[in-house]
Design a protein around this ligand. Structure first.
Ligand code: GLP
Length: 247
């Protein structure tokens, strides 16, 4: 696992956007795995700027998001589909038909999970998977305990995640379940790129990088990925040992 510590949040975001841009330019049909959450908002803002100012071309991209809330339609303002359309897809030259998220409003959720997993496979797999991290240690919505070989499935959100994300729902009730790619689905990506910023992530980042690989910290499974880069600002890196900072 490569750990890159940047002096500021802006520099960490810039580096992540540059790595994504390089991937987009490297091949004619890039398959990107995408993430949501507050941390990623500025990454999408930067990619949109690159598209406008530097003509970064997303027309050949296929995208697969990590997760979606169960019960929300894509038009719901709290859905991750809405987040992605608003912050990214509608602002760049990507074909919306090539953007994929699990359908949280599907009637047959198990069939929807299978469909999503199959679609990723049929597209040839994910070239670069962008990841955030939840304070519970989740990647996507893989709450503890999540097995390293887990695949796309319905999960119950951890109380910590509900506390973390409920403010985003305002007066509306936050769903208690989500569809998420599994840890195994994420590990099957050719490259992984995790971004964490801010002091609130310092503890879980330390356990992810330096702790044992355990289902109780699902993000720790990334230690076994052959091409995983973790980009941090100083605040998110503040609990790391001197040795881990050199990785
Ligand atoms: C949500 C997403 C995760 C993301 C996390 C981080 O829970 N499902 O994929 O990593 O948010 O959120 P934030 O960036 O808001 O801290």
């Amino acid at each position: 696992m490569e750990v890159v510590i940047q002096p500021s949040t802006a520099a960490a975001v810039e580096l992540v956007a540059e790595i994504i841009a390089r991937e987009v330019q490297a091949r004619p049909r890039p398959v990107l795995g995408l993430a949501t959450g507050r941390t990623m908002e500025s990454v999408y803002t930067r990619l949109v700027q690159m598209h406008r100012a530097e003509r970064l071309d997303f027309s050949g991209c296929q995208t697969f998001n990590l997760d979606e809330y169960v019960g929300l339609q894509g038009t719901d303002k709290h859905s991750y589909r809405h987040y992605m359309n608003r912050l990214f897809f509608n602002q760049v030259n990507i074909d919306l038909r090539n953007t994929h998220l699990p359908h949280g409003d599907a009637r047959e959720l198990a069939a929807e999970c299978e469909r999503y997993e199959r679609l990723i496979h049929e597209t040839g797999g994910i070239d670069l998977q962008l990841l955030g991290i939840g304070q519970s240690g989740h990647i996507g919505f893989n709450e503890p305990p999540s097995e390293a070989n887990s695949r796309t499935r319905v999960v119950t959100l951890a109380p910590e995640t509900i506390r973390q994300n409920a403010p985003l729902f305002g007066a509306d009730k936050m769903p208690s379940h989500a569809i998420t790619m599994g840890v195994g689905t994420i590990l099957a990506s050719k490259k992984c790129l995790l971004l964490a910023t801010g002091k609130s992530k310092a503890g879980i980042i330390q356990r992810t990088i330096e702790g044992p690989v355990t289902t109780n910290v699902p993000a720790s499974a990334l230690q076994s990925h052959p091409h995983c880069t973790i980009v941090l600002d100083e605040a998110a890196a503040s609990a790391l040992s001197a040795e881990a900072r050199k990785r």
